[in-house]
Design a protein around this ligand. Sequence first.
Ligand SMILES: Nc1ncnc2c1ncn2[C@@H]1O[C@H](COP(=O)(O)OP(=O)(O)O)[C@@H](O)[C@H]1O
Ligand SMILES: O=C(OP(=O)(O)O)[C@H](O)COP(=O)(O)O
Ligand SMILES: [Mg+2]
Length: 399
Amino acid sequence: MEKKTIRDMDVRGKRVFVRVDFNVPLDGTTITDDTRIRAALPTIQELRAKGARIILASHLGRPKGKVDPALSLRPIGKRLEQLVGTPVIFSEESIGPVAQAHVEKLQPGDVLLLENVRFHPGEEKNDQDLAAAFASLADVYVNDAFGTAHRAHATTEGIAHLLPGVAGMLMERELKVMGEALTHPERPFTAIIGGAKVSDKIGVIEHLLAKVDRLLIGGGMANTFLAAKGYELGASLVETDRMDVARSLMEKAQQAGKELLLPVDLVLATAFAADAQARIGSVHDVQAHEMALDIGPETSRLYAQAVITSKTVIWNGPMGVFEMERFAAGTNTVAQAMAEVHGVTIIGGGDSVAAIEKAGLAERMTHISTGGGASLEFLEGKILPGVAVLQPMDGVSKA
Ligand SMILES: Nc1ncnc2c1ncn2[C@@H]1O[C@H](COP(=O)(O)OP(=O)(O)O)[C@@H](O)[C@H]1O
Ligand SMILES: O=C(OP(=O)(O)O)[C@H](O)COP(=O)(O)O
Ligand SMILES: [Mg+2]
């Protein structure tokens, strides 16, 4: 269903609560990829041009409801300030009197950034009282956080029951481009899943299997599948309580005649460190003290082949710990193959996009999405909770 956007709403002089996804990859407090911040600029600039008083809210990482200074949004505010070209006021509290006082001082066109909303335990629980505390800061709500639209949290869902809510320009564009590219995909249609959020994303694979012809699994996700097949994975990241799910997915893929590719070789390290000793080993040959931090060269070759011969490819989740040079080859090989596809290529996810930017191949993709888990759930055909709650195009305002 088409949703109203900021173009359909009178925001002049109003206090506008904008949920953005500024969950950018960090190295300490250094932003390693600012794609998600840049992606929010069109909405921010449009609202400024219309004379709105802008209140930006985001999460950063997973502080689990506690204040964690390492996950403060303050450094993100600094980067935003450079990009937007106007001062960005920072509120060290996202609700309560401190936030209220900042909001009261806002002039039309001013930009305020709230501290990490996940410092409050109620955010991820979609707590009503917390949603009300956020809602009390503003007159209207804008969701521009496509990357977090698969979460029903206080700032992505709850608040939109209390304020009239519309989509931001990034949200609008993501839904349009992803929808068009993936409704009638040219085949072979391939999905590549990797990364570290195994329990979060493994459930989506069942739905993906119904849509795609090929599924390539790498990164941390592959370890759980390999373990489910009976391989010893040593000290690798394996989610043992998801091995049953992995096993049943492999059976379903086989029954449905879908290609499900798993690594045949791995880059094995003795520690999770940039200078760790590493070797290439077969999946049959992982020692107890070793961890798989990348797919091996033979796997990379097979995956690249599967990618290049596809007509539509969607990729979420790096093939290895690409942040460390020693474990970046698998991700880079698959990225290069994506660049050579004659067809539609979409890559999504905070870290996957950082990897493709680092490889210098972003321009070669059809679409760079700010959403990882969100893209996968969108592809599933789900109406994302952060979208469902926004006002329909011809609907009546709730306010
Ligand atoms: N084999 C692996 N073991 C541990 N971590 C991995 C492995 N492969 C990839 N990763 C990590 O996965 C992270 C990204 O996962 P995720 O957040 O799911 O992807 P995205 O942000 O693209 O959606 C990266 O930081 C990367 O280092
Ligand atoms: O980075 C994100 O997702 P991604 O890692 O799938 O790209 C989003 O900001 C959502 O974060 P979350 O998975 O902690 O809810
Ligand atoms: Mg990520």
